[in-house]
Design a binder for this molecule. Structure first.
Ligand SMILES: O=C(CO)[C@H](O)[C@H](O)COP(=O)(O)O
Ligand SMILES: [Fe+2]
Length: 226
């Protein structure tokens, strides 16, 4: 018995001018979560959305808003995102070397679920202390592209990190993000990922519901094999 599959379309690939209807469309197509990419133009060379947009979207949906913070100072975002109605708050380990304990505590105090993400060049061992902590993160996001942009090519060599995590933590939520779709889902699901972020493959599909359902099926089937 594995952890529950969560299929999370990345709203980075949506029409931002129609965010509420795009979110509703994805939920109607069977999405479990909505993945919200928050970029500050500093940690990554791209600038997207912040708390005001999350607050606006929250007025239109009760869905789990899975916020991925590609920002240099995540602690500055805890209070505004908590107030705005974010559900998950996933920060990058590369920018939280000293203050991760305080960060996790504050995220929980604001009623959000803490997660930690790592870039392709970051060794998996760097997130272990954050999982083994007394006050642990509840999800690890393994980036399968360099963060910053949608539509990039999936890096299969990141699956070793997913396998190592899954072996060590059978009930942990493990998310993969970047280049996921029908041609890469089996590799990720068989390595042990259960939270699947997909932007271009879902939004660019003629039938997004079929892509969402195929990815969920792959996670479930691969869990049965274990
Ligand atoms: O975090 C991200 C980029 O930094 C996005 O969530 C990710 O790239 C999703 O887009 P796609 O599925 O098109 O690769
Ligand atoms: Fe993301």
């Amino acid at each position: 018995m594995g952890v529950t599959p969560k299929i999370a379309p990345s709203m980075l690939s949506s029409d931002f001018a129609n965010l509420a209807s795009e979110a509703k469309r994805m939920l109607d197509f069977g999405a479990d979560w909505l993945h919200m990419d928050i970029m500050d133009g500093h940690f990554v060379p791209n600038l997207t959305i912040g708390a005001p947009v999350i607050e606006s979207l929250r007025k239109h949906t009760k869905a789990y808003l899975d916020c991925h913070l590609m920002v240099t100072n995540p602690i500055d975002y805890v209070e505004p995102l908590g107030k705005a109605g974010a559900s998950g708050f996933t920060f990058h380990v590369e920018v939280s070397k000293e203050n991760w304990q305080e960060l996790i505590q504050k995220i929980k105090l604001k009623g959000m679920r803490p997660g930690v993400a790592l870039k392709p060049g970051t060794p998996i061992e760097e997130v272990y202390p954050l999982i083994n902590s007394e006050n642990p993160v509840e999800m690890v996001l393994v980036m399968t592209v360099e963060p910053g942009f949608g539509g990039q090519k999936f890096m299969p060599e990141m699956m070793e990190k997913v396998r190592m995590l899954r072996n060590k933590y059978p009930s942990l939520d493990i998310e993969v993000d970047g280049g996921l779709g029908p041609s890469t889902i089996d590799v990720a699901a068989s390595a042990g990922a259960n939270c699947i972020v997909a932007g271009s493959s879902v939004f660019g599909a003629p039938e997004p519901a079929a892509v969402i359902s195929l990815m969920r099926k792959s996670v479930l089937e691969n869990q049965e094999k274990c």
